[in-house]
Design a protein around this ligand. Structure first.
Ligand code: BES
Ligand code: MN
Ligand code: ZN
Length: 484
């Protein structure tokens, strides 16, 4: 996809050369920045009752009179912000979906900022993504391959920056979606490791992949306990973007890489278990973020850590009540083998200590409880560090990839007490997303830390089942803001 910006003025819109012109209009009839021909079409549509100036409404016009473009779509935005712009674009793009539009031009009545341009790239890239790896017969992708964002002179530079940033982020989002969408028999820990190596080659990241023996030497008893039930070899992936001096403390991203979560001996019910192929969504988002970093090359150090294995029941699998010793030395009673994410993350967090991180952010499809708490719109954010939490929330807002802060009071720790180990790996059902975060917190004493529970946001269920690529946008914005 080729994204461009073009400086123009409202009076020239009718002369726009493209296969379709998508105009995002305001709800206020007096605030449309259109030329006379377009204004005539809009006024007539409003007067005839074909288009109400209400957010979400769209109108398709074929061969509009007085215009160069053969197709015109009006889409009404709730306000002038980037979020409303994106919502309107998604609705407008849906109107054009099965048409032969190769070159799309987009105009808006709102003043464009960087975020609008970024939102355009996200909306278009999402509209044309088709999963084909195991379904080559999938419907042909839209023929759309060129998008021009029309802007006034004042916004041109910001629009240009937004397009560039948007292209880098969406390349990461698309990579994350593709990795996560692939079924577990097509995407194992070894495939994740190979993907990391590929990125390393393409963008100059150092990539190291530890195997079982290495993890044994490091004393990762908790990670190893989860991996031991599967015949698929575990991988512990470490990748580095070196954008600043060696001594500059890195941002460390840790992604949960369970390529399939059966629950283990505490096996999950059969319904919807297929969706546990998405349980490496955290890992996919770390890879996707590195893909974006590869393009944007921010001047700071970033390390990605991905502990990856399957969670399977077998004659060798870890059993409820087993006590394992984590890399930190703390012992853990595995009360539920389905709470495996925290068991692999805790050793990855301890491993992160060696990098003397500026901050550590882990990303995990960690708990069903987080889905109950926040649904599918906002990711759960946990951090005892107010400044770090604020920065991550702000990054989520800027990227239209929002999170919501959840509590971490000491009182929640009570639930993890065990008579047989330093801690159990589960609390009760109540506050399950929080007790999971409290478990992780026990391994983060040596650095500033935040945790993102993306169980509700990493993929969609139902007819549109598929990975979202979240929170690549949030993570990339967070890193870019730190590099400024
Ligand atoms: N990968 C799951 C979390 C999950 C479940 C994400 C459903 C999205 C939808 C995780 O490993 C898990 O099984 N968590 C358990 C924890 C429980 C045993 C304390 C859960 O949420 O049920
Ligand atoms: Mn599980
Ligand atoms: Zn899991």
């Amino acid at each position: 996809m080729n994204f461009r910006s073009l400086i123009t003025t409202p009076d020239k819109l009718c002369g726009t050369v493209a296969d379709a012109l998508l105009v995002v209009v305001a709800t206020d009839p007096d605030r449309q920045a259109l030329d006379a021909s377009l204004q005539a079409v809009l006024s007539e549509a409003i007067n005839s009752g074909d288009l109400a100036l209400k957010a979400g409404r769209t109108l398709y016009v074929h061969r509009p009179v007085g215009m160069k473009a053969a197709r015109l779509v009006f889409s009404v935005a709730a306000d002038d912000g980037a979020k409303a712009f994106k919502v309107a674009l998604v609705a407008g793009l849906a109107q054009l979906k099965s048409l032969g539009v190769k070159h799309l031009a987009v105009a808006a009545s709102a003043a464009l900022e960087e975020a609008h341009a970024e939102a355009l790239v996200a909306a278009v890239t999402d509209a044309v993504y088709v999963y084909r790896h195991t379904k080559p017969s999938a419907a042909a992708a839209p023929v759309l391959d060129r998008v021009t964002l029309l802007t006034d002179k004042a916004s041109a530079q910001a629009v240009q920056r937004g397009l560039k940033r948007g292209e880098a982020i969406t390349a990461g989002v698309t990579l994350a979606r593709e990795c996560a969408n692939r079924p577990a028999n097509h995407y194992t820990p070894s495939n994740l490791a190979a993907e990391a190596k590929r990125l390393g080659k393409a963008y100059g990241f150092k990539v190291e992949v530890l195997d079982r023996k290495d993890c044994e030497k490091l004393g990762m008893g908790s990670f190893l306990a989860v991996a031991q039930g599967s015949d698929e070899p575990l991988k512990f992936i470490v990748m580095r973007h070196e954008g600043a001096a060696k001594a500059s403390p890195p941002v460390v991203l840790v992604g949960k890489g369970i390529t399939f979560d059966t629950g283990g001996i505490s096996i999950k019910p059969a319904g919807d278990m297929d969706e546990m192929k998405f349980d490496m969504g955290g890992a996919a988002s770390v890879l996707g973020t590195f893909r974006a970093l590869g393009e944007l090359r921010p001047k700071l150090n970033v390390i990605g850590i991905i502990p990856s294995c399957e969670n399977m029941p077998s004659g060798r699998a870890v059993k409820p009540g087993d006590v394992v010793t984590s890399m930190s030395g703390q012992t853990i009673e595995v009360l539920n083998t389905d709470a495996e994410g925290r068991l692999i993350l805790c050793d990855a967090l301890t491993y992160a200590e060696r990098f003397k991180p500026a901050v550590v952010v882990d990303v995990a499809t960690l708990t069903g409880a987080c889905v109950i708490a926040l649904g599918h719109h906002r990711s759960g954010l946990f951090s005892a560090d107010d400044a770090l939490a604020e920065a991550l929330l702000a990054a989520g807002g800027a990227a239209l990839d929002p999170a919501w802060r959840m509590p971490l009071d000491d009182e929640y720790e009570e639930a993890l007490k065990s008579n047989f180990a330093d801690m159990g790996n589960v609390g009760g059902r109540a506050g399950g997303a929080i007790t999971a975060a409290m478990f992780l917190k026990k391994f983060t004493a040596k650095f500033r830390w935040a945790h993102l529970d993306i169980a509700g946001t990493a993929w969609k269920s139902g007819a549109a089942k598929g990975a979202t690529g979240r929170p690549v946008g949030l993570l990339t914005h967070f890193i870019l803001a730190r590099a400024r």
